[in-house]
Write a protein that binds this ligand. Structure first.
Ligand SMILES: Cc1ncc(COP(=O)(O)O)c(C=O)c1O
Length: 395
């Protein structure tokens, strides 16, 4: 199986596994047991790991809450702000291409009386629109009102790899004293991240997207210029300042720390990893585009300096549905939309929001290349995909 689905999840880096293992076996103590040395050792190692995680994204460690992943972080951020007893505002903005983890929480809050405005993105258009898929900042500026508590815009889209202009989003939201929540899940390891420079108030992330284990992530809530109050969604033992109760998992937190440190180095603009992955992605596009007639790129062009991460390729075919192409190429793992919403067979809401027709969205696929993808894999996958496409031309 050639794995080209790095947006859905990534394998654990062996260095991450190595860092994690001792904390599962000989150093297993409860990190909250400060009555004995073993517990204190686990607690201290965990605290150091949290400091380091926060430092890699330039966020204050005191505002970082460890969660089970981005879905939980997003729930805590959105529900936490809107339902906090001291919050007097009842309006929220979401970008229409957000992950379902954001859109579904917004829909749920809306059912309980919160006003929600969806802000669209720049269309794909006919040609190579460099802004395709990025949020329309003029519409955003008009959508925010004095009642807006929170603006939710992700940093990198999980389907198209589009990078959103978050610093601009924050400037617009802050002019109205609204807070900004940014889902950075797909950005870590792909682009450099500086939370304090971007001016974001709340940040959600999940370790399994950057070569860490599944079931662990974090939320940064505040610590910048604006006061952020979140109402806890999980109560119990009062861990993490009572904002997210439950015994913490040192092994997973230490793993996440190793993963994010490696990811931050890999995300540097001219790093060996990001240059190599961008090169593989471009090579793959050339292979497919050279043999398959009528292929079209979804999202901004692939050239350097555009609003798109390396390693992402989203495209649509002229005749065949993505699902059909996938079924005909069982040796390659890729996705016909957002893998995270693959339980939902409807056409991608992200591509539809960019103006693609229902049929174009159904003819779309997403490839994701990452740290362990090789040129041989790219070339073999290309051959298999082209052969499958040719079989449909003959039939
Ligand atoms: C952008 C984005 N946000 C949130 C999530 C949810 O992450 P998790 O399932 O780890 O909670 C995902 C992936 O599934 C994602 O790609």
């Amino acid at each position: 199986m050639i794995y080209l689905d790095y947006h859905a999840t990534t394998p654990c880096d062996p260095r991450v596994v190595e860092a994690m293992l001792p904390w599962l076996t000989e150093r297993f103590a409860n990190p909250h047991s400060d009555s004995h040395a073993a517990g204190r050792q686990a607690g201290e190692a965990m605290a150091q790991a949290i400091d380091s995680i926060a430092a890699t994204i330039h966020a204050p460690a005191s505002s970082l809450l460890v969660t089970s992943g981005a879905t939980e972080s997003i729930n805590l951020a959105m529900r936490g702000v809107l339902t906090h007893p001291r919050n007097r505002r009842n309006h929220m903005v979401v970008c229409s291409t957000e992950h379902p983890a954001v859109l579904d929480v917004a829909a749920d809050l809306q059912r309980s009386g919160v006003d929600v405005t969806h802000v669209g993105v720049h269309p794909q258009g006919d040609g190579d629109n460099p802004l395709a898929g990025t949020i329309d900042l003029d519409v955003l500026a008009n959508a925010i009102t004095p009642d807006t508590a929170l603006v939710n815009v992700m940093l990198v889209n999980n389907e198209t790899g589009v990078i959103q202009p978050i610093a601009e989003v924050a400037r617009i939201a802050h002019a109205h004293d609204a807070l900004v929540h940014c889902d950075i899940t797909q950005a870590i390891g792909r682009i450099p991240i500086n939370v304090s420079e971007l001016g974001i108030d709340l940040v959600s992330a999940s370790a399994h997207k950057f070569y860490g284990p599944k079931g662990i992530g974090f939320l940064v809530a505040g610590g910048g210029e604006r006061r952020v109050r979140v109402r806890p969604q999980i109560v119990g033992g009062g861990q993490q300042q009572g904002l997210r109760s439950g015994t913490m998992n040192p092994a997973a937190i230490i793993a996440m720390e190793t993963a994010i440190r490696l990811a931050a180095a890999a995300a540097e603009p001219q790093s060996e990893e990001s240059t190599r992955i961008a090169g593989l992605r471009d090579h793959f596009w050339q292979i497919l585009n050279g043999s398959i007639e009528g292929l079209r790129l979804n999202g901004p062009p692939l050239s350097e300096g555009v609003w798109r991460v390396p390693g992402n390729l989203n495209l649509h075919l002229r005749e065949i549905e993505g699902e059909t192409w996938m079924a005909a190429t069982p040796g390659v793992a890729f996705s016909s939309g957002s893998a995270c919403s693959s339980v939902n067979p409807s056409a991608s809401h992200v591509l539809r929001a960019m103006g693609l027709s229902e049929s174009q969205a159904r003819r779309s696929v997403r490839f994701g290349m990452g740290r362990f993808t090789t040129i041989q894999e790219i070339e073999t996958a290309g051959d298999e995909l082209i052969a499958a496409w040719k079989r449909f031309q003959l039939s």
